[in-house]
Design a binder for this molecule. Sequence first.
Ligand code: GDP
Ligand code: MG
Length: 277
Amino acid sequence: MTDPDVLQHPHDETRPAGEAPASDASVPAKDALVIRSLTFSGPMATEHGWRPEPQLPEIAFAGRSNVGKSSLLNALVKRKAFARVSRTPGRTREINFFRVNEQFMLVDLPGYGYAKISKDRKAAWKPLIAGYMRNSPYLRGVVQLLDVRHDPTGDDRIMLDFLADLGVPTLLALTKVDKLGRAARAKRITELCIAYGVDEDQVIPFSAHENIGRDELAAALVSLLEAGPWREEPVYVARAEGEADLSAYEESPVFEDDEEDDGAGDATDSDNSGTPA
Ligand SMILES: Nc1nc2c(ncn2[C@@H]2O[C@H](COP(=O)(O)OP(=O)(O)O)[C@@H](O)[C@H]2O)c(=O)[nH]1
Ligand SMILES: [Mg+2]
């Protein structure tokens, strides 16, 4: 038995009909992305290697090593140790897939561009990431992370150009904004929007340390998911149980060799407060 009056907020009774409730800053805005379940589906290690069967829309997170991706993901899903915050960047080389709420697949791409690893390993991210993006029928968007303080590295530019060529909806998360004061932050964000030719609403200032941008990012992800496909989604045919048949969509990614290596940010983060790996 449901009596609708019982469900009414007590304040509703004193508010004149048709008038909006007074806004109350102490009441938090509704969380666009409440995490009810989060499960690891497995890693993809090579361009043509295993990946989970594409069933749910996918959102991928990309960025240079040490940009703050693990910290951002932990803040996004509100788990302290979901992704490992590392003092030794450049370790994760696989693409990790997580099912969220049976609603979408969160795809954690390997961090690229870490200065202190061999050239061979350094270049390995390109075919893996490009292959994943080209061949994933339900990829709905990419969150590209950039440290708000640094100009994009050569690898960042390759990534941004690739995303633009592919045409995948892309959000830019500008990380570690706590490192800039308010005025410098606003100026820098405007500068970066102009430099990248993106709209301010594609850009999300973020700080895991000061809890800035989490709800905006969550809302933007939900919008991406609701927007639906941006390219024709091929019919997926499973080859064998657990084995993805993506051969129809395979194409060689075109990447120029990236010689640049500034390791930006690696030496400047002396404020390591994360859990050591
Ligand atoms: N000041 C500041 N430092 C951060 C923030 N997010 C991450 N870091 C630091 O940046 C380093 C790399 O973070 P991590 O999340 O592991 O980055 P990942 O390599 O991209 O996954 C660690 O020392 C973090 O403590 C942030 O929002 N603000
Ligand atoms: Mg990480």
